[in-house]
Design a protein around this ligand. Sequence first.
Ligand SMILES: NC(=O)c1ccc[n+]([C@@H]2O[C@H](COP(=O)([O-])OP(=O)(O)OC[C@H]3O[C@@H](n4cnc5c(N)ncnc54)[C@H](O)[C@@H]3O)[C@@H](O)[C@H]2O)c1
Length: 379
Amino acid sequence: MTQIAYGMVGGGPGAFIGDVHRKAIRMDGLAVLKAGSFSRDSEKSKAHGRELGIEDDRLYSDYREMARKESERADGIKFVVVVTPNSTHFEICKAFLEKGIHVVCDKPLTWTVEESEELERLSREKDLLFGVTYTYTGYPCVKEMRKLVSDGLLGKIRFVNAEYPQEWLANPVDESSPLAPWRTDPAVSGASNCLGDIGSHIENLVATITGLKIERVCARLDSLVDGRTLDDNASVMVEYAGGAKGLYWSSQIAFGYDNALRIRIFGVKGGLEWCQEDPDHFIFTPNGAPKQIFSRGRDAFSAEAQRYSRIPSGHPEGVYEAFANIYKPFVEALAKKLDGKKLEAGDLDFPSVGAGLSGVRFINRCVESNKNGSTWVDM
Ligand SMILES: NC(=O)c1ccc[n+]([C@@H]2O[C@H](COP(=O)([O-])OP(=O)(O)OC[C@H]3O[C@@H](n4cnc5c(N)ncnc54)[C@H](O)[C@@H]3O)[C@@H](O)[C@H]2O)c1
C-alpha cells in the first residue's frame, strides 16, 4: 500500500500528545507526515517541522492556510490530525472538512453539542472519514471484552462501575507544570476540566464495550483545590436504556493514582473487569465459578481482537500500540476509500465523530445537572 500523506495541527515543542500520535502512526508505516502547523508561534512551528523532516513549503503559520494550500496541491495531505487544546478543535476540524480533507481529532471533540453536530453533518455531507482518538478503545483486551459482551457472555447487564483517578492536579498548578495547565482554564478547557479530560474516556469506554446508551445522568462536579474554577473531581450516576445503571468517578486529586482507569461490568451471568494500567489482562468471573484471567497474546482471542495484538504475551503493549490500533483501521479504511472501494461496517473499527458527539453531549449534560443542584438530566 502506498503511504498516505497526513498533516498535523498542534503537537509543537514540548506538547504532550502530538508526539504520541506521530510515533503511533509510524508504527505501521501506513501514513507519513508531510505538512504541519505545530504551534501558534510561527517560528516555533517551523523549527519543529524542520526537525520532523518536513519540507519548508509545507510548514504553515496558520491552520487555515494549511487547509487551503494542502487542498490545492496534487500531492496534498489526505488527512489531518488535530492535537491542539480543546477550545480550538471545532474551528480547525471544520476548516479541513470544508476543504475536503479527512480528519482525526483528539477528545473532547468540541465544547458544545451543536459544534460536534455540525462536524458530524459536514463529514457526512462531504463523505469524509472522521476519527476521534479515544485511546483506550485501541487495546486488544477492550476489543475482546466488546466481543464477549456482544456474544452474550454477561447476559443482560445490570450495573457498570467505572473510575479514572489521577493525582496530578491535587495541588495548584502553574505555567511550569509538565502537563499543560490550560486544562484548569475555562477559556481553553471548556465548561469542565476533569470530566471533560478523563471522565469522557469513561463514557466512551463503557459505550464501546457494552453498547449501552445513556438515557439520563445525575452529576456532581467538585472543585476541591482552592481557587480552581473548574472541576477536579466528578461523580456521575447514569441510567441506560433497558434499565441498567452506572456509577462513574473521575478525579485528579486522588493521591496514589496515576492513570488508573478501571471498568467493571456486571451482568446476570457474570462480571468483567479491566484496568488500563494492566492493559494486557482482564478478569471474567462467571456466575457461580472462580475468576478467570484472560491474557492478550496467550489465550485465543477472537479474530477481531487478535488482529490488534502485535507481539506474543508477556511483552507488554501500551498506549503507543493502543493509538496505533486506532490509526491502523482508520488509514486502511481511508486507503480503501481513496481507491474507490466501498467501505463495510467492519472497516470502520475506530471511534468516529459520532462517538465524539456522544462524549460532548455527556459532558454538557453532566455540567447542566451539576448547575441544577445535581438533578437528573436527559441525554
Ligand atoms: N486521547 C488521549 O488520551 C489524550 C491524552 C492527552 C491529551 N489529549 C487531548 O489532546 C489535545 C492536546 O492536549 P496536549 O496535552 O497535547 O496539549 P499541549 O498543550 O501539550 O499541546 C498542544 C499543542 O497545540 C499547539 N497549538 C495550540 N493552538 C494551536 C493552533 N491554533 N495552531 C497550531 N498549534 C496550536 C500548542 O502550541 C501545543 O504545541 C487536548 O484536546 C487533550 O484533551 C488526549
